[in-house]
Write a protein that binds this ligand. Structure first.
Ligand code: GAL
Length: 673
């Protein structure tokens, strides 16, 4: 299948959100001159421009955008053109105040920021279709047009609306998904607390209730809200496909788990022509390059392994966290090339020129307030040259060693109220498992629990509370066929409607793990348990323990204290040609590393101990060759072993034996052969 790339883009994507409407026209000439100087290849335009493009209903002012696109084209800059539907104008809301979204508490949001949208609202849908049609008619074959950028980051800042038109839409959705009111009663378990419905018309969104509401209703509402946003994306995409054939359509994702949790990117990945992603470093004291790698791997995975594009990140500090540190010298390039290593076909930024006004004036940009005599600008120009040198990697694919299972539906279910412990955090488990794999220098593909896993020798399940029987059967087939599986506690517990699988826990995984869990026994804050093993190191767990009953599995580590003392804590089950591990408590980095080390041995994955910590090595390969990316996130020069000689693309030097990667630097070697 030919890969989708922005039309006419022959280099890696390099540029940013370009908001010329914030500046007088004489600045635009300087912009394009400097874009050339920096080697900019593509910019994103018009994302929030609806109010200027359509100043009154049905009245259009395209003149300024015509001039911007022509100017960019003249200077050889390709355009990722936004449909401005994340920012309806003030006049629209005056006419249709009910298009503003309503919270669970019944409070209607106001106009005055952005993305205040009820996605069920018919007037919004009609107006969005209209402006998209007008843009596609006008620019659908503009020579600068490379890519359509629909909306902006669906799912943030409003992930769901609870108004009356959403209520009506939700009922239609329930009818389409479940068929009858009886089927809804069954799926939601409404016999509990007398929640039984006799007509679909009686059902509302899960608005504020005196105590916890029906969890299956809340879960279905998440699905509904996600599907509703996707309907609007598909509507715009289809307009663009019809009027602008041959130009790929995207919308910018935010796969970093903490940044947008309301969108099922597995489903969205199937709808876009090209996956694009936005990523911002979260300054919470953890290693930001690990979170970045994880987001990039997840993005590549929702793209089915195909190349994707990093559409936004920051040159330096952002402005929406409590404290927004600047990036260290070299960090911007390292961040950018880390995304490229993991499959991005370039690195773009929010934004080109730093704003003087508005809510984001303290957010860094490619061209800072201080202009070109700044460190950021010099690093931007340098990065442009590096990306130019890396053009040959286009079309190659990142090679992965391990699969980590991830499912947004499970995450949504997991985060509902009244669970055995509020200290168990599925996101934390995913992060920690990922970090251990990262520190073992293994590259991760994320996979949906029902996806084909056969090409991965090792599959890791950090916390997948919701798992269908089909997913359980999939994992069983995977292990029987020779795979190695590692599963964390509180996985495989409920079905798609948050109903506990029949029989003992973990219903979807009992067979493959060779055990049952009689009871969960979460720990209190600060409490820990010791795990021992006759021939190995002790481990320590916290947050969670379980009464595990082996039914075929062998205990490897057992609880040495606490309520579960004497019971198995970590088990191993030989099944068919493969092995399934189970970890029934929360292990820290070291403990998990010990278990994953054993599992990696079972999977035949050799340790990569010769690589120093925080020196990241990733490969991209394909018909265009094999490229080894080495990123040194440390303050010490490092050496990376090369299996064959090659040419380093950023310095042009030949490399063989051990590749020198200076502190903070990146090297990309095209391997010979
Ligand atoms: C993104 C958004 C951009 C800009 C940026 C600032 O989430 O798409 O428009 O707001 O954040 O970090």
């Amino acid at each position: 299948m030919p890969e989708t790339t922005p039309r006419g883009l022959t280099r890696l994507a390099f540029g940013g959100d370009y908001n010329p409407e914030q500046w007088p026209e004489d600045v635009w000439r300087e912009d394009v001159r400097l874009m050339r100087e920096a080697g900019v290849t593509m910019v994103s335009v018009g994302i929030f421009s609806w109010a200027l493009l359509e100043p009154a209903p049905g009245e259009y002012d395209f003149g300024w955008l015509d001039r911007v696109l022509d100017l960019l084209h003249e200077h050889g800059v390709r355009v990722d053109l936004g449909t401005p539907t994340a920012a309806p104008p003030a006049w629209f809301y005056r006419a249709h105040p009910e298009a503003l979204p309503v919270t669970e508490q019944g409070v209607r949001h106001e106009f005055g920021s952005r993305a205040a949208i009820c996605h069920s609202n018919a007037d919004y849908r009609a107006a969005a279709a209209h402006i998209t049609t007008r843009l596609a008619e006008r620019y659908g074959d503009h020579p600068a047009l490379a890519l359509w950028h629909v909306h902006n980051e669906y799912g943030v800042p409003v992930s769901a609306c609870y108004c009356d038109s959403c209520a009506a839409h939700f009922r239609r959705w329930l009818r389409a998904v479940h068929g009858t009111v009886d089927a809804v009663n069954e799926a939601w378990g409404t016999a509990f607390w007398g929640q039984h419905y006799t007509d679909l018309e009686q059902i509302n969104p899960p608005r504020a209730t005196p105590t916890v509401g029906n969890p299956a209703q809340a879960l279905d509402y998440r699905r509904f809200a996600d599907a509703t946003m996707r309907e609007n994306f598909v509507m715009e995409r289809d307009v663009l496909h019809r009027l602008s054939p041959g130009v790929p359509v995207t919308t910018n994702f935010m796969t970093a788990l903490s940044q947008c949790d309301s969108v099922d990117y597995w489903a969205w990945g199937r709808e876009v022509d090209l996956v694009t992603n936005d990523h911002y470093l979260i300054t919470d004291g953890r290693r930001t390059h690990v979170n970045l790698a994880m987001a990039a791997d997840l993005t590549r995975s929702v793209a089915g392994g195909a190349p994707w594009i990093l559409l936004e990140h920051s040159t330096s500090g952002v402005n929406w966290q409590p404290r927004n540190p600047a990036k260290a010298p070299g960090q911007m390039a390292r961040n950018s090339l880390a995304h490229v290593a993991r499959g991005s076909e370039g690195a773009m930024f929010f934004q080109w020129r730093q704003s003087r006004r508005g809510a984001e004036k303290f957010h860094s940009a490619m061209l800072p307030h201080g202009g070109t005599d700044t460190r950021v600008w010099r690093e931007v120009v340098e990065l442009g040259a590096s990306l130019d040198a890396l053009a040959p990697v286009r079309g190659t694919r990142t090679e992965a060693d391990v699969a980590v299972l991830w499912d947004w539906h499970s995450w949504w279910a997991q985060n509902l109220a009244w669970r055995p412990s509020e200290d168990h955090d599925a996101r934390e488990r995913a992060d920690t498992f990922y970090e251990v794999l990262y520190d073992r220098h293994l590259t991760v593909d994320f996979a949906h629990p029902e996806a084909d896993l056969s090409r991965h020798p090792l599959v890791v399940v950090p916390a997948l509370y919701l798992m269908t029987e089909a997913a359980g059967a999939n994992l069983r087939g995977y292990v029987e066929g020779g795979g190695t599986l590692v599963v964390s506690y509180f996985s495989g517990i409920v079905d798609a409607h948050d109903a506990v699988h029949a029989g003992a826990h973990p219903g979807a995984l009992r067979d493959v793990l060779g055990l049952t869990v009689e009871e969960f026994s979460p720990l209190l804050p600060g409490e820990t348990v010791r795990l021992t093993r006759p021939d190995g190191p002790d481990l320590s767990g916290d947050v969670w323990t379980e009464f595990v009953v082996p039914r075929g599995a062998e205990p490897v580590w057992s609880y040495a204290d606490g309520l579960t003392a004497g019971r198995p804590a970590v088990t191993r089950h030989r099944l068919g040609a493969g092995t399934a591990w189970y970890v029934s408590t929360r292990l820290g980095h070291e403990g998990l590393d010990a278990v994953l080390g054993r599992a990696a041995e079972d999977a035949g994955i050799a340790p990569r101990a010769e690589l120093p910590r925080d020196v990241e090595v990733v490969r991209r390969s394909g018909t265009g060759g094999t490229y080894l990316f080495a990123l040194n996130h440390t303050a010490t020069d490092a050496k990376v072993p090369l299996e064959t000689s090659g040419t380093e693309l950023l310095t042009g030097e030949r490399a063989a034996g051990r590749l020198a990667v200076p502190a903070g630097a990146v090297r990309v070697v095209r391997l010979d052969g």
